[in-house]
Ligand binder design. Structure first.
Ligand code: COA
Length: 257
């Protein structure tokens, strides 16, 4: 149990709030467990029509907790030991609609989670980034397929390789979000859209979503990405990147082999 993820069900909308504002909602192992449980509940609980992801504080999420990367990298953990894969599996197979309300930073899985949401509302001044290469990692959450499919290869490669953030306005222009609005309006609009979807015919919505995506292909890709991500996570270059983040300095990468 963690109080770093809060859930609330009202009018068919299960809202899932990341609640670790002092760490910019960086996601720990316990939080992935809670996110997985909420997503699994959304799938199986008939009272849930829509799941909505949001963040408390001024960030959506700073992505995976980097301290956890250090711990897991030194343990040599694989997909079966990592709660993140339970969450990704539930996301890949989720048949009900997912909505995201994004204010502030959305980093790493904070961005790649959005690729699994069916409606995304962002703040105009949100900053979305996927700095996997900056951390000497590799894309995850089927983002190696989904991001280029949405924004095109050159833009996706730049997002992965340079790790620089794009604004909410650009995210809407590039098709990553349905609406970009002032930050103060994000939650209200996301709940409004979620409420509209929750009132639609549930089986029709589910079949529509199922026809639009291939869950098994996505899950297979997530596992394949997990191999590259996992071996990078245990690499000296990634350890250097994680230590540099912890020590608030720039990483220095040795020549690759
Ligand atoms: N893992 C662990 N702790 C994190 C974190 C993460 N992913 N992101 C932020 N934090 C912590 C910071 O270490 C800091 O902790 P401290 O107050 O104990 O020093 C606190 O959250 C606030 O972060 P800070 O960096 O001071 O905020 P900022 O507004 O200057 O910058 C970010 C926000 C998100 C740009 C910056 O924190 C960042 O780059 N985080 C890492 C993002 C990342 O690479 N995630 C992994 C993606 S795969």
């Amino acid at each position: 149990m963690t109080d770093h993820v809060l859930t609330q069900l009202a009018d068919g909308v299960l809202s899932v709030s990341l609640n670790r504002a002092d760490k910019k909602n960086a996601i720990t192992q316990a939080m992935y467990e809670a996110l997985a449980a909420a997503t699994e509940r959304a799938q199986t609980d008939p009272a849930v029509r829509v799941i909505l992801f949001r963040g408390e504080g001024d960030a959506f999420s700073a992505g995976n907790d980097i301290g956890d990367f250090i711990a897991l990298g030194s343990q040599g953990a694989g997909p079966d030991d990592m709660p993140v894969f339970r969450f990704l599996k539930a996301l890949a197979h989720l048949e009900k609609p997912a909505v995201a309300a994004v204010r502030g930073r959305a980093v790493g899985i904070g961005l790649t989670l959005l690729l699994h949401c069916d409606l995304v509302v962002v703040a105009e001044d949100a900053l979305l980034s996927a700095p996997f290469v900056n951390l000497a990692l590799a894309p995850e959450a089927a983002s190696s397929l989904l991001l280029p499919a949405i924004v095109g290869h050159p833009r996706a490669f730049e997002i992965f390789a340079l790790g620089e953030p794009i604004s909410g306005v650009k995210a809407e222009q590039w098709g990553l979000a349905n609406r970009a609005v002032p930050a103060a309006e994000v939650d209200a609009l996301a709940f409004e859209l979620a409420g509209k979807v929750a009132a639609r015919a549930p089986n029709s919505i589910r079949k529509t979503k199922a026809l639009m995506r291939d869950a098994e292909r996505m899950w297979a890709l997530m596992l394949r990405e997990g191999e590259a991500f996992g071996s990078q996570m245990r690499s000296p270059e990634a350890m250097e990147a994680f230590m540099a983040f912890s020590q608030k300095r720039a990483p220095v990468f040795a020549t690759g082999d």
